[in-house]
Design a protein around this ligand. Structure first.
Ligand SMILES: C[S@@+](CC[C@H](N)C(=O)[O-])C[C@H]1O[C@@H](n2cnc3c(N)ncnc32)[C@H](O)[C@@H]1O
Length: 292
């Protein structure tokens, strides 16, 4: 709320509405909010709250600018993205996001659109699977795990979360360290199924387009690939002054121009991570669109 400088009467887009925790914070400060989420359950639940200052739209934040304009939101004071999965998505076994809970291997945030994680795990060849695990999970044992998946599915389609978690655990030789051995595999599949990095790039571009000069864009990420995407997008739009031989300087960078609001990523304080351990990996970065 502080980083976005929420003002009474201001208009904000929340591109990851979830259960409207942030949106309610904005409304309590006198703002109007357009909330977008691709998850039907989130949209239905929040619509049922009947908040007068909140317009709820089911959609993909990759289409943020188009969705906003088509609902009459042509210029806004701020945009928030709080990326990744929500707690309800993680906690509901039937959504298939968790390697701790038995459920169908689904992982789609929008269940109207395929393919599911099971489709990928059972349909891709070993090299395609390994590439996804390496690129989107930064999994060092991607080939080993992909090989084990292909071998296991020859005995029957891999349909559930716990079966996949067990295959991965066996492939890497059991548990080591604090994280479950399937953590990176599940992250990679989730990011692929939902094209999270692609949608993030499109959302960032759309958000800058939609912001008023002086408006702010704040993004919270929970894993390093999305954080890197945000950091380099912000750096490209913050540009740099290059000195010219003939004197003077030229600005090099992408438009629209922004300036950093957060010098380094902001992390949750211990006070928060103590009661909400999922906040441990959260990083918040923000920029302000420059007045031209
Ligand atoms: C971490 S939760 C956000 C929680 C929210 N800030 C709150 O206060 O309740 C992320 C939400 O973003 C949604 N989401 C993720 N990617 C999306 C996308 N590309 N387009 C729209 N919604 C998306 C998920 O469905 C999920 O509900």
């Amino acid at each position: 709320m502080k980083v976005l400088e929420i003002e009474p009467g201001g208009r904000y887009v929340d591109g990851t509405l979830g259960r409207a925790g942030h949106a309610r914070g904005m409304i309590e400060r006198g703002a109007k909010v357009l909330g977008i989420d691709r998850d039907d359950e989130a949209v239905t639940e929040v619509k049922a709250l009947g908040l007068a200052e909140l317009e709820v739209v089911k959609g993909n934040h990759g289409d943020l600018a188009e969705i906003a304009r088509s609902h009459g939101w042509t210029e806004v004071d701020g945009v928030l993205l709080d990326l990744g999965v929500s707690s309800p998505q993680l906690d509901e076994a039937e959504r298939g996001f968790s390697f701790m809970r038995e459920g169908p291997l689904d992982m789609r945030m929008d269940r109207d659109k395929g393919p599911t994680a099971a489709d990928l795990v059972n349909g891709l060849d070993a090299s395609e699977l390994a590439a996804i695990l390496k690129e989107l999970g930064e999994e060092p044992r991607s080939r080993q795990i992909a090989g084990a998946i292909v071998k296991a599915r020859a005995r029957g389609r891999i349909e559930t979360t716990l079966r996949l978690a067990e295959i991965v655990e066996r492939a890497v030789g059991g548990r080591r360290g604090a994280h479950h051995p399937a953590t990176r595999t599940f992250q990679a599949l989730r990011m692929k199924v939902n094209d999270e990095l692609g949608e993030l790039e499109r959302a960032l571009t759309g958000a800058l387009e939609l912001l008023k000069p002086g408006g702010r864009l704040a993004v919270i990420t929970f894993e390093s690939l999305s954080d890197r995407t945000v950091k380099s997008f912000f750096a490209a739009h913050a540009g740099r002054e290059v000195s010219l031989q003939a004197g003077g300087s030229r600005w090099e960078g992408m438009l629209p121009k922004v300036k950093a609001v957060t010098r380094k990523a902001i992390k949750a304080a211990e006070e928060e991570t103590g009661t909400n351990p999922r906040a441990r990996s959260a990083k918040l970065r923000a920029v302000e669109k420059e007045k031209v």
